[in-house]
Design a protein around this ligand. Structure first.
Ligand code: NDP
Length: 328
């Protein structure tokens, strides 16, 4: 396993990490969840990603119970939670980034995870109705209290993150250390274009999500319609539409699949390696509903040396979606 600094922070995260969205507390049973966590930890993964909204708190409860049973040193892994969407029914103050929901959300996540502190705590989305000062102060207070160690954002725009840095500087508070954007071969703009100044001037780290575009870049949807996948779970029609709705993505996936074969690797390995090839990626969060998937994906680092400039050019020719770089 390779470890990278979370941006300019002192924290080291494994370049491949593991997340529980859709799977824990929902798609898979707890004994399979336990096997996945053990497989990840034994491979050197030291960051497990979670959020209050994942299975409305159940995902954190499952992960907390598993970690408690392992008796691994708390210092040997990092845990995250994310606040915004809420874990309750969504009455006023049960969602958003007010001081009240941030503090209550943190306390509830600590209980579900059965830990004294959360290493990485995220604002899961921007809250247009709460002053940014209130959010930054609340995060800073949680750090001062030792309840969280680093705070960050997820799917915030460049301007919103910049505002958080400005507020932190104005009041001498601790600003965000990381952002969690979607990043994969089909979703590139934030990481490759929008955030460039944040990387250069603020040393922002990133913990990127859906490196396989919810399984599309595993190749299993090429000429096939597997039914035992997250896209077929009740209530996930929106994700199915977002993932499979654009047929050009399937054509590109097919071409990438053939390229991976020519290179003697697999498409999931190639796709994940492509993500972590980008030096602005601190860690790519893997997801898996089966142990075999996770084992396969953990092999992605073997594919890194295959990504020569020539191969990267071939990938660009297939994708045709390289964000246009600004002129600075
Ligand atoms: P991926 O894009 O890698 O999708 C993972 C899913 O793809 C698996 O659960 C599995 O689903 C399928 N899959 C994975 N590997 C293989 C394989 N080798 N062969 C076939 N199928 C495979 O990542 P996620 O979308 O799960 O995102 C990773 C993590 O990022 C999440 O767990 C969460 O922690 C975080 N996240 C954060 C978000 C945010 O807003 N901040 C949003 C979304 C995720 P199946 O078997 O069901 O097809």
């Amino acid at each position: 396993m390779e470890y990278r600094r979370l941006g300019k922070s002192g924290l080291q995260v494994s370049v491949l990490s593991f997340g529980t969205w859709v799977t824990f507390g929902k798609q898979i049973d707890n004994s399979l969840a336990d096997q996945l966590i053990s497989t990840a930890y034994e491979a050197g993964i030291n960051f497990f990603d979670n959020a209050e909204i994942y299975a409305r708190g159940k995902s954190e409860t499952v992960l907390g119970t598993i970690l408690k049973s392992k008796e691994w040193p708390r210092s040997s892994y990092c845990l995250s939670s994310k606040v915004f969407f809420g874990y309750e029914e969504g009455r006023p103050n049960q969602i958003g980034l007010s001081r009240k929901h941030i503090v209550e959300g943190c306390h509830a996540a600590l209980k579900r995870l059965q830990v004294d502190y959360i290493d990485l705590f995220y604002c899961h989305r921007p809250d247009k109705n709460t002053p940014i000062e209130e959010t930054v102060w609340a995060m800073n207070t949680l750090i001062q209290q030792g309840k969280i160690l680093y705070w960050g954002t997820s799917e915030w725009s460049n301007d919103e993150i910049m505002q958080a840095f400005v507020v932190a500087e104005r009041y001498h508070l601790i600003g965000p250390s990381m952002e969690q954007p979607q990043y994969n071969m089909f979703e590139r703009t934030k990481l490759e274009k929008d955030y460039l100044l944040l990387f250069r001037d603020y040393g922002l780290g990133t913990t990127i999500w859906s490196p396989l575009s919810s399984g599309l870049l595993s190749g299993k949807y090429i000429d096939a319609n597997p039914t035992n996948t997250r896209l077929n779970i009740e209530g996930m029609d929106w994700l199915k539409e977002r993932t499979l709705g654009d047929s050009s993505k399937l054509d590109k996936t097919k071409a990438l699949y053939e390229l991976a074969n020519q290179l003697g690797t697999s498409l999931p390995k190639l796709s994940i390696a492509w993500c972590v090839k980008n030096k602005h990626v601190s860690t790519a969060i893997l997801g898996a509903s089966k142990v075999e998937q996770l084992k396969e994906n953990l092999g992605a680092l073997e594919a890194l040396p295959l990504l020569t400039s020539e191969v990267l050019e071939t990938i660009e020719t297939i994708l045709q979606n390289k964000p246009v770089q600004p002129l600075y």
